[in-house]
Design a binder for this molecule. Structure first.
Ligand code: ATP
Ligand code: MG
Length: 405
């Protein structure tokens, strides 16, 4: 894409009303626009990153048997009244219409379990795994962390439906492994820990995926060797012992919860009458689990964890473009741009009529992993540099095509 055609502009000044690093950089780069506290719109570059994250998550969810749906955002109170959560204090962050006619999508256990009654009748119908990627709405009190904690935010939520707890346990492990893959693919695998957290009625612990970072609201205790952690909320001598960990070796860190997985058991199926007939014709409640990842929070986490003092550093897997071609001299990059495009190489071409300094500053802010420079000085060659490195290299057009296609 030609940068002169991109409608968004970068900003030099840090937005005064933003305190979080992720929102400051994403707003300055033109990835997102702040509408109000905790509410952001995604602009073209932001959508490109979001789609790449989304596709990685979608691929992994499909590979473990997930079927994608898109549930309604306006929610009928009926199934929530059946479960007792319509007026429950644990759901106090819910946005509802003035007369409480509808709820605005906060989570989807009830509506999905309720509609599953039409699709699950016998043990032969199970297991079923269903997920969606959609905006959620919550009255978050501390909406000061930019996209880490929005009042409107995008979540992938998967729900599992099994015959029994053994089926649930197997899928739970499978989903945990696929979450590990997701966090590795988006570039934070080495900083993200499988973390024991507080459970519900059904299981002693739930599990969170926590990425080490000072912007995080959680505190975790990490066992580096085993690659697992304990959330402070369940951290006791007893927990440490139960998990077979050595208290002396645990390292305390701040972390961001990028995802979580939860065993729900029969909490919702019993309340909503979601049962199946087993081989003997007995009605048995379906065993459920829920599995979330925040996409905006994940994008913000990448910014918090990987950026430097010049700007964002996107991993190649989610970067809006693979490379940023900068021409210093009008039209100098045109041939190379066309050749790159012909070879299906994803490139942002800075053909704008501004100074070299401004182009370099923008390139660092936008964080595309590779920078190409063509100028009267480089002649028929290209100066290439990685966003994360100080040193540049000179290569020929042919080498560039070979290396990047
Ligand atoms: P938290 O403890 O951070 O409030 P939660 O327990 O409310 O999270 P869930 O309801 O289980 O989270 O949501 C699943 C995932 O959605 C979380 O792991 C997180 O990645 C993301 N998420 C939750 N709340 C927000 C929010 N307000 N803004 C952005 N992402 C969020
Ligand atoms: Mg919450």
């Amino acid at each position: 894409m030609r940068q002169s055609a991109l409608y968004t502009k970068t900003r030099r000044e840090t937005p005064r009303d933003e305190v979080s690093k992720n929102a400051r950089l994403l707003v300055r780069g033109g990835f997102v626009n702040k509408e109000m506290a905790g509410v952001y719109s995604y602009l073209p570059l932001g959508v490109m990153v979001l789609r790449k994250i989304e596709n990685i998550i979608r691929e992994e969810m499909n590979s473990i048997g997930g079927q994608e749906v898109y549930l309604s955002v306006l929610q009928n109170p009926h199934p929530w009244k059946m479960s007792g959560r319509w007026n429950d204090s644990t759901m106090s962050d819910w946005f509802k219409t003035r007369n409480s006619e509808f709820g605005l999508g906060n989570t989807h256990e009830e509506p999905l379990a309720y509609s599953m009654r039409y699709h699950i009748s016998s043990y032969k119908d199970l297991p079923i795994y269903v997920y969606q990627i959609q905006s959620k709405f919550r009255k978050e009190l501390r909406a000061k962390s930019g996209l880490l904690r929005g009042r409107e935010f995008i979540m992938k939520d998967l729900y599992s439906f099994n015959k029994d707890t053994a089926g649930l346990d197997t899928f739970y492990e499978k989903c945990a492994r696929s979450y590990k893959k997701i966090f590795k693919r988006v570039g934070i695998g080495d900083k993200t820990y499988f973390t024991f957290a507080s459970g519900g009625v059904f299981s002693k612990y739930s599990h969170e995926f926590q990425t080490i970072n000072d912007a995080g609201e959680d505190t975790i205790y990490i066992d580096e060797e085993k690659g697992i952690a304990i959330n402070k909320e369940v951290y006791t001598k007893k927990t440490v012992r139960e998990l077979g960990l050595n208290e002396e070796k645990l390292i305390k860190k701040s972390a961001i919860e990028v995802g979580n997985i939860f065993k729900l058991g029969t909490r919702f199926s019993e309340a909503l009458g979601l049962t199946y007939a087993d081989k003997n014709g007995n009605d048995i409640p379906v065993v459920m689990g829920s599995y979330g990842i925040g996409l905006g929070r994940l994008m913000a986490t990448l910014v918090e964890v990987l950026s430097d003092n010049k700007g964002i550093v996107w991993p190649e897997s989610v970067s809006p473009f693979k490379l940023h071609l900068i021409e210093l001299g009008s039209g100098l990059g045109k041939n190379l741009y066309n050749t790159l495009k012909k070879n299906n190489i994803d490139v942002l071409y800075d053909d704008r009529d501004i100074t070299a300094g401004e182009k370099f500053t923008d390139a660092d802010l936008l964080g595309i992993p590779w920078r190409f420079v063509v100028s009267p000085k480089t002649g028929k060659k290209i100066e290439i540099k990685k966003r994360t490195s100080k040193k540049a290299q000179i290569i020929s057009y042919d080498e560039a095509i070979r290396k990047f296609s």
